[in-house]
Design a protein around this ligand. Structure first.
Ligand code: G
Ligand code: G
Ligand code: MN
Ligand code: NA
Length: 254
């Protein structure tokens, strides 16, 4: 209960902050997008990661106002970079199951885009297969409306749920993100390599681009390049970092 009360006041006291982790285009090595990841700057505990509070936020319904704050904060950041004439890449926002099943999700997102004078192509949304399949009808409605608006959509943590890519083809995804549990064993684990190769081949046959998450070594990068994985994300390139640091990385890369 204490943490729940604190989570409620965290929003009012502006204790949340967004970090950004770059995503790299495999052939060119350039930064082509970023994933926005929330952190809680707690007055006593210090920087708290999302695994410690997103679950509670989902259970208590606080994920809706927190999620709306995340969407607004990322839009405000993108608008500030554009206004400053800095290079901008699409930024991907994670959506939880509760958010994807919420009938007001589309309005929350389209209002924020409009309010900040952004274009839809400046944003991407990441959803897990579990989140989508939790309420497939509402998720499909939200995703189709978002796709018409022009945002990018990615299927996050792919391979950890129970659905097949063929089943998910009815949702308008642009990217599949291979879960980092399959990347960790590369290049030596033959089974993980076979799974990664199969996901990439099937995604490509369905005209989806593929992102590998959790890339930590040069050897993983080399294998993923050979497998024609389109984009890479992981500590090998950068940890999630504050907005200013990300802007500096992007400026140096442009
Ligand atoms: O950032 P890592 O650094 O710890 O993120 C852990 C998990 O928290 C990931 O599964 C990620 O999808 C989730 N997460 C991070 N930021 C957000 C957010 O803004 N909203 C939601 N719903 N989940 C997030
Ligand atoms: O579930 P989702 O993919 O949204 O979560 C992203 C999470 O993965 C964040 O917690 C982020 O900090 C973490 N992450 C990003 N890159 C790496 C990496 O190279 N290795 C590991 N172990 N975790 C990573
Ligand atoms: Mn994600
Ligand atoms: Na993921």
């Amino acid at each position: 209960v204490a943490l729940e009360n604190e989570l409620q006041s965290a929003l009012e006291e502006r204790q949340f902050v967004m970090y950004y982790q770059p995503r790299i285009d495999t052939p060119s090595g350039r930064i082509v997008s970023a994933e926005a990841l929330i952190r809680w700057q707690h007055p006593v505990r210090g920087l708290v990661g999302p695994v410690e509070f997103i679950g509670l936020a989902e259970e208590t319904g606080l994920i809706r106002p927190i999620g709306a704050w995340v969407i607004d904060a990322v839009c405000a950041q993108q608008a500030a970079w554009l206004a400053a004439g800095q290079p901008v890449v699409p930024v991907a926002i994670n959506l939880s199951a509760v958010q994807c099943a919420y009938a007001g999700l589309f309005a929350t997102i389209s209002d924020a885009i409009e309010r900040h004078g952004l274009e839809a192509r400046h944003l991407e949304f990441e959803l897990t297969e579990t989140a989508v399949m939790n309420n497939p009808e509402e998720a499909a409605r939200n995703l189709r409306a978002l796709k018409r608006l022009g945002v990018l959509l990615s299927l996050d943590d792919f391979g950890t749920g129970y659905s097949s890519l063929a089943q998910l083809k009815r949702f308008p995804f642009d990217f599949v993100k291979i879960d980092r549990s399959f990347i960790a064993g590369l290049p030596d684990d033959a089974e993980d390599a076979a799974i990664a190769a199969a996901i990439i081949a099937m995604a490509h046959s369905l005209h989806l681009r593929v992102v590998a998450e959790g890339v930590e070594t040069e050897a993983q990068l080399e294998l993923l390049r050979t497998l024609r994985c389109d984009e890479l994300q992981g500590f090998y390139f950068s940890r999630p970092i504050p907005a200013q640091g990300f802007a500096a990385l992007l400026a140096a890369d442009s």
